[in-house]
Design a protein around this ligand. Structure first.
Ligand SMILES: Cc1ncc(COP(=O)(O)O)c(C=O)c1O
Ligand SMILES: [Zn+2]
Length: 427
């Protein structure tokens, strides 16, 4: 794999708001902001380091509350320019935090259960949040083509964001994804390439393409723009706390594919604590996987620090990453916060999709079935405390994974008269 290191290209003159530099998660080495993702010293992942030193807590809170009803209300905490809201983009975020009382009753939760429903984003998944950050980085670094390796949702989010912002897009997916994801990714007019292989093959291919002249000038949102992209997931943490009245939840259940989202939700919560926007008290983060692609939960349960790659085989295709880049960091966070990582079978995923739909009127994609199913399992096993405030993430829309619930349909077919209706026993 050709690893683009910090030495190969940097740019310290870009304006990405409070983002001050890139910092290595492993060794702390700092480099100027640029389209790089691996440390030149140790090849560890780079992440954004900020300068928040000038912020006054109450002024910041007021500024956020007066901001737009999308992720840009948090622009002072993101790697984006101050005028970001005026640029053409999809303005994702500020999705509903649904108080799920019916689901709580079914699951025996008494401490307050909420579903953060990110299916309400412009392309119906949380990926619009991360792509919005990557787009600003792409603008800052002068890229004109947006690209990614995707398990489906990201491809659609990149296609739409590129269309809106006037970029070319060329995205890569495993060739055998759900039709809903393929159509979503293709409809915006960019190039969509199916790769004969699984996501890990697609990702490897993209890493090669970045090092090749054929990929020159391309911004791969989750590869060479990954440090910026990843920060978008912090907005889930910010929104959850603000929507709870600037309060930390006690427990959060997050789906895991690469693990990026989970690690950045933790980063977002830590930032809110440090900035004084929420009270400093413990919270637990739980990770959720499908049994057919459970490298992180397997490592967690075995007490390992390393994540052994798996070959995915699950209906939860959006989470089907067998070699998750952020797996070890997810293990750290689950252990540090007193959470856990658990997995559920495909059958349990389907049951959970139906449970959420039946109890709360939310039609989740398979990733949402994974989080709800894992929440139920963790409660049954006595791992998740039902007396505490709990937030479960639904990160995508069930209309994109209709095959998972095939067979759900008509209660009856009748002739258009009352006798026929009565005969069907529905009166
Ligand atoms: C719907 C959905 N939820 C969750 C995830 C997990 O994201 P991450 O790779 O940040 O763990 C994905 C990733 O593709 C996804 O599509
Ligand atoms: Zn390093």
């Amino acid at each position: 794999m050709a690893v683009q290191t910090a030495a190969s290209t940097t740019d310290s003159t870009v304006d990405l708001g409070p983002a001050a530099a890139l910092s290595c998660r492993e060794c702390g080495h700092r480099v100027p902001l640029g389209p790089v993702f691996a440390c030149e010293e140790c090849f560890g992942p780079l992440e954004i380091a900020y300068d928040f030193s000038s912020y006054d807590t109450e002024e910041l809170r007021k500024r956020i509350e007066a901001g737009p009803a999308n992720i840009w209300r948090y622009a002072p905490l993101l790697p984006v320019p101050a005028d970001v809201a005026e640029k053409p983009n999809l303005n994702p975020g500020w999705t509903k935090l649904v108080k799920a009382d019916h689901l709580a009753r079914e699951l025996g939760v008494t401490g307050g259960l909420y579903v953060k429903d990110d299916s309400g984003n412009p392309t119906h998944s949380f990926k619009d949040r991360v792509v919005a950050q990557a787009l600003e980085a792409a603008r800052a670094f002068g890229f004109t083509t947006l690209s990614c390796s995707s398990t489906g949702n990201l491809a659609g989010a990149v296609g739409a964001a590129a269309a809106r912002a006037g970029f070319r897009s060329c995205v890569f997916i495993p060739h055998d994804l759900e039709q809903g994801k393929v159509v979503m990714a293709a409809i915006y007019g960019g190039d969509l390439v199916g790769i004969e292989g699984n996501y890990d093959d697609v990702n490897r291919f993209c890493s090669e393409l970045i090092g090749d002249p054929a990929g020159e000038g391309w911004g791969f949102v989750n590869v060479n723009l990954r440090p910026y992209y990843a920060e978008g997931s912090k907005t889930l943490a910010y929104e959850i706390c603000e929507q709870l009245g600037w309060r930390l939840p006690d427990q959060i259940v997050v789906p895991i594919a690469s693990g990026s989202q989970l690690t950045k939700i933790d980063k977002g919560l830590q930032e809110l604590i440090k900035l004084g926007l929420v009270e400093d008290r413990p919270y637990k983060i739980f990770g959720a996987q499908a049994e057919g692609c459970s490298p992180v939960s397997t490592a967690f349960k075995a007490g390992h620090d390393v994540v052994r790659p798996q070959k995915p085989n699950t209906i939860a295709k959006s989470l089907a990453i067998g070699n998750p880049a952020d797996g070890p960091y997810v293990l750290d966070i689950a252990r540090r916060t007193g959470g856990a990582v658990e997995d559920v079978t495909d059958e349990q995923v389907v049951d959970a999709i139906k449970l959420l739909a039946r109890t709360e009127g939310i039609f989740a994609e398979t990733a949402g079935g994974v989080t709800v199913g894992v929440t139920r399992k963790l409660i049954e096993n006595g791992v998740l405390d039902p007396t505490k405030t709990t937030v479960v993430l639904n990160t995508g829309d069930g209309l994109k994974t209709l095959d998972a619930v095939a067979g759900t349909g008509l209660t009856a077919t009748i002739r258009p008269n009352l006798d026929s209706f009565r005969e069907a026993g529905l009166a």
